[in-house]
Design a protein around this ligand. Sequence first.
Ligand SMILES: Cc1cc2nc3c(=O)[nH]c(=O)nc-3n(C[C@H](O)[C@H](O)[C@H](O)COP(=O)(O)OP(=O)(O)OC[C@H]3O[C@@H](n4cnc5c(N)ncnc54)[C@H](O)[C@@H]3O)c2cc1C
Ligand code: SF4
Length: 548
Amino acid sequence: MSEQHYDWVIVGSGFGGSVSAHRLTQKGYKVLVIEKGRRFEPKDFPKTNWDLKRWMWNPAMGLKGIFKMSFLKHMTVLHGVGVGGGSLVYANTLPTPKSAFFKAKSWGHLADWETELAPHYATAKRMLGANPNPMMTTGDHVLKEIAKDIGREDKFHPTEVAVFFGEPNKKVPDPFFDGEGPDRVGCNFCGACMTGCRVGAKNTLDKNYLYLAEKCGAEVRPETEVTAIRPLDDGGYGIETKPTFGKEEASRFTADRVVLAGGVMGTMPLLLQMKEDPAGLPELSDRVGDFVRSNSEALFGVISPDKDVNFSKGVAITSILHTDEHSHIEPVRYGEGSGFFRTLLSVHAPGPTIISRIWGGMLAFMRKPGRWLRALFVKDLAKQSQVLLYMRTIEGTLRMKLGREWRTGYRRGLVTEVDDPSQAPSAFMEEATELAERFADKVNGVPTTLLTETLLGVPSTAHILGGACMGDSAETGVINARHEVFNYPGLYVIDGSAISANPGVNPSLTITTLAERAMSLIPSKQTAPSINPSKKGTVPFTEGLRVG
Ligand SMILES: Cc1cc2nc3c(=O)[nH]c(=O)nc-3n(C[C@H](O)[C@H](O)[C@H](O)COP(=O)(O)OP(=O)(O)OC[C@H]3O[C@@H](n4cnc5c(N)ncnc54)[C@H](O)[C@@H]3O)c2cc1C
Ligand code: SF4
C-alpha cells in the first residue's frame, strides 16, 4: 500500500471542502482533496435527466453522474457527488438566513454569529459570484400575482444566484478573479442548472474556490473514497481510501490535520463507523448523528395541461416570496426534456395515514379528472410544470446511526430514528399546500408531489444538515465553535453537518461562510505549531486565537 504525507487532507470537494482547500493552500500548506465522485467538463453533463448514467449516482448500477437520492426512513435526501460536490447539481441560489438562525438556542450562545459572520458572508458571495437573477420567468409572474393576492408584494424579489450573466453563449476571459480564474461563458437561461451546466455559465466550485486551490498547488484525487480515519501514535491521522470504481489497490495517506467535508451523507457514515472502531475515533462525542435537520421543505410539481406554457426557461431558481418571517417559497425548474420525475410523481394529498392520503388523492382526481389526465400525459414535463420549493425555519430533527433494515439491504448502513415523532420533519405543511393550490389554480394546473410523500408520508429534502453540531463540550456537541472535533485535535468538520440550527433558506452560502470563518482562524504554515508526538492527534490551534 502506497503512503504519502500532507499537511492537510480534505475529505470531499463540496462547499466546505473547496473553501478549505483554497484558504489552506493560500496559507502555505500542502493539501490533498479526496473526492469519491468524478471530475466533469461541461460537455460531460447529460442533455436531459433521462440520461441516468450521466445524471444519477449509483456506481453499483453503472450510474456515474452528479445526483444521488438516498431513501431513509424519515426523509428522502437529494444530494450531489463529484469534483465540486453539491455545486454541480445545485440550483445556484444563495440567500442569507434571517436573524433567528444566528440566535437559535442550539448554537446562539457560542458566538455573536450574525455580527461575526457578516464579513464572511460578503467574501463568500464574492467568491461564489452571487448576483441577482435578471430574468422574470412565467413562474415568477405567477408567484408575483400570488404575492399581491396575499398582501406581500414587497416580499417578492429575484434570487441572488451563482451564475455568470455575460452575453449568452459567449466565452470571455475570467470575469471574477482579475484573470486568475478560468474562461467563462454567458448564461443562456436554458434552465438545466440541476442536470449540470453544459454551457459553462454556472459558478460551480471547480470554477472558483477549487480552481484557485489547484492553481495554488492543492492536489485533487477524484474517484477515490475515504473509508477510515485513525489517529497515529506520533501525531496526525492516517486516512485510508479505496477506488470508487474498479478493483485497484487501496491507498493510505497521512496528514497532520484533516477536514471532514463529505456533506452530511458522507461525513455521518464515516464518523459513526470510526466511533465504533477502537483504533478509529472511539472518543467522539455521543452526540454524533444527533440533530440532523432539513430546511423543513415541501416540494411540489404543479403541472399545467396548457401546451403553450413554458416554465423551463430561466436559471433553476429565479425568485423568492417570503410568506411570513419564518417561511418562503421559490419557483424551481429543470431544462426542456428533463422529465424523469414523471416516474416518481403522484397526486398531492396531505393526510396523517396512508388511507387518508390515498382517499384524498382519489377525491382530488375525481374533482377534475379531465385536467388530471391531460396533466399526467403532458409531452414535456419540464416545460409544462413548475416545481415549487417551500421552506420554514421551524425545527424538526432526527438522529442518524448505523443499523440494518430493508433500506440498507440488511447490511450495516445509515438509518434514522426520532425520539418524538411529532418533532420529526413533516411531509405536509398547510401553508405550503395552500400556496401550491393557489399556483395550480392560476395556471389551470394540478399540484403533485413525490410518491414517497403521498404513499409513505416521508418528506424530501435537498438541504440535509447537522449531525456533527457545535457545542461547548463533548457532552453537548461533536465540534467546538472553531469546527474542531472534541477529543481529536486537528480533526475538523466543515460542511453541512456542522450547521447547528435551521437556516430556513438554501444553505450553501451559509456552509461557505462558516468555512470561510473556520479557515480565517487557522494560522498560516509559518506560524502554525508543529504536530506534537507526545499527544494523540495534533496540537490545537487555540492559543492566541479568538473563538466566537
Ligand atoms: C437538486 C439540488 C438542488 C440544490 N439547490 C440548492 C440551491 O439552490 N442553493 C443552496 O444553497 N443549496 C442547494 N442544494 C443543497 C446543496 O447542494 C448542499 O447543501 C451543499 O452542496 C452541501 O455542501 P457540503 O459542503 O456539505 O457538501 P457537498 O457539497 O454535499 O459535498 C460533499 C462531497 O464529498 C464527497 N464525499 C462524501 N463522502 C466521501 C468520502 N467518504 N470520500 C470521498 N469523498 C466523499 C461527495 O461525493 C461530495 O462531492 C441543492 C441540492 C440538490 C441536491
Ligand atoms: S440556465 Fe443554463 S446556461 Fe444558465 S447557468 Fe443554468 S444551465 Fe447554465
